[in-house]
Design a protein around this ligand. Structure first.
Ligand code: SAM
Length: 282
C-alpha cells in the first residue's frame, strides 16, 4: 500500500485502536448484528456477484458476502488496517467450502486502483473516515461495472445514538475540555446529515441515492462490565479518552460501569442505535 492520503487514519487503525478492534471483533460483530442484517437484506447480493467490502475491518461482512454470493462469486475485502485484515484472513481460513474466494487487500479506498470489476460495493461503517470523501466515493464508483450498486451503513446524529450519549454525558464532567465532533471532519458522525452526504455522492457520480433510517437496539455487552469496556475502548468515547492519562481512563470506566449497573442490574446492556442505510447506483 503506497497511498499516504489518509495517513492519520492509517496510523489510527493500525495502532492501539485497530489492535483493540481486532481483539474484540466478536463483541463488535454481535453489537452490529441487527444493522448487518438490514444491510444484507437491502443489498440482496445475488449468487455469483463480485463484491467490494470497503473498510472491511475484521471481515464479518466480507465473510458473509462470500457465503452469500457462493463459489461462483468473488469478494475483495479492503482496509487500511493490517491487524484487522489479519483477523479476516484467519477467519476465512476456517470458512466452510462453498463460499466465494476473498482477496484481503491492504488499500486506501480513496485512491486504490481497483479496476472496474465489482457488481456491488458495500460497507458497514467504513466510509466516514476519508480525507476527501468526494474523491473516495468517485474512486469507489469507478470500481463498479456499469449498473453496479453500492450499499453502506453510517451513523445518524450522536444525539440519536443512546449507546454513545448515555455514557458520554456521564463522563464529560471529568473531561472538561472534550471537543464535540467537528461536522464534516472524518469520524463516525460525519454523514449524520443527508444534506452533507447526498451532494458528495452526487458529485462522485452516483444516481438513485436513497438514505433509509434504521433504528435498532444494540447489545453492547452481556454484563455492565463488558458493556462499559465496549463503549470506553471502541467507538466515539474511546476517541475522547484516547489521549488521556490512565487515571482518567480508569475513572471513566468506573463511571460508565456504575451507570450501566444502576440501569441494567447485572444483565445484558442494550441501547438504542440509529443509522442510515444508504444505497446508490452507478
Ligand atoms: C468503524 S471501522 C468498521 C470496520 C468493519 N467494517 C466493521 O463493521 O467491523 C472502520 C474501518 O474503516 C477502515 N478505513 C478507514 N479509512 C479507510 C480508507 N481510507 N480505506 C480503507 N479502509 C479504511 C478502518 O481501518 C476500519 O477498519
Amino acid at each position: 500500500m503506497t497511498s499516504t492520503l489518509n495517513q492519520d487514519q492509517s496510523d489510527y487503525w493500525n495502532g492501539e485502536v485497530g489492535q483493540r478492534w481486532a481483539l474484540y471483533h466478536e463483541a463488535l460483530d454481535t453489537a452490529f448484528a441487527p444493522f448487518t442484517e438490514a444491510l444484507f437484506a437491502r443489498a440482496a447480493l445475488p449468487p455469483g456477484a463480485r463484491v467490494l467490502d470497503i473498510g472491511c475491518g475484521a471481515g464479518d461482512t466480507a465473510l458473509r458476502a462470500a457465503r452469500q454470493v457462493g463459489s461462483g462469486g468473488h469478494v475483495t475485502a479492503a482496509d487500511l488496517s493490517e491487524p484487522l485484515l489479519a483477523v479476516g484472513r484467519e477467519r476465512a481460513a476456517r470458512e466452510a467450502p462453498g463460499a466465494a474466494p476473498i482477496e484481503w487487500l491492504r488499500a486506501d479506498a480513496q485512491d486504490h486502483a481497483f479496476g472496474a470489476r465489482f457488481d456491488h460495493a458495500l460497507s458497514r461503517f467504513g466510509v466516514m473516515f476519508f480525507e476527501d470523501s468526494t474523491a473516495a466515493f468517485a474512486n469507489i464508483r469507478r470500481s463498479l461495472v456499469a449498473g453496479g450498486r453500492m450499499s453502506f451503513l453510517c451513523w445518524r446524529n450522536m444525539a440519536e445514538n443512546a449507546w454513545v450519549t448515555l455514557a458520554r454525558d456521564a463522563v464529560l464532567p471529568i473531561l472538561p475540555e472534550a471537543e464535540a465532533p467537528q461536522p464534516g471532519a472524518p469520524g463516525p458522525f460525519r454523514f449524520a446529515a443527508p444534506e452533507t452526504l447526498l451532494p458528495i455522492l452526487e458529485a462522485a457520480g452516483f444516481h438513485a441515492i436513497e438514505c433509509e433510517p434504521v433504528d435498532r437496539m444494540m447489545r453492547v455487552g452481556d454484563t455492565p462490565e463488558a458493556a462499559a469496556d465496549f463503549v470506553a475502548t471502541r467507538g466515539p468515547i474511546a476517541r475522547l479518552l484516547r489521549e488521556r492519562e490512565p487515571d482518567v481512563k480508569d475513572a471513566a470506566l468506573k463511571i460508565i460501569t456504575a451507570l450501566f449497573r444502576d440501569r441494567f442490574g447485572s444483565g445484558p446492556v442494550e441501547l438504542g442505535a440509529a443509522c442510515w442505510l444508504v444505497t446508490a447506483r452507478t
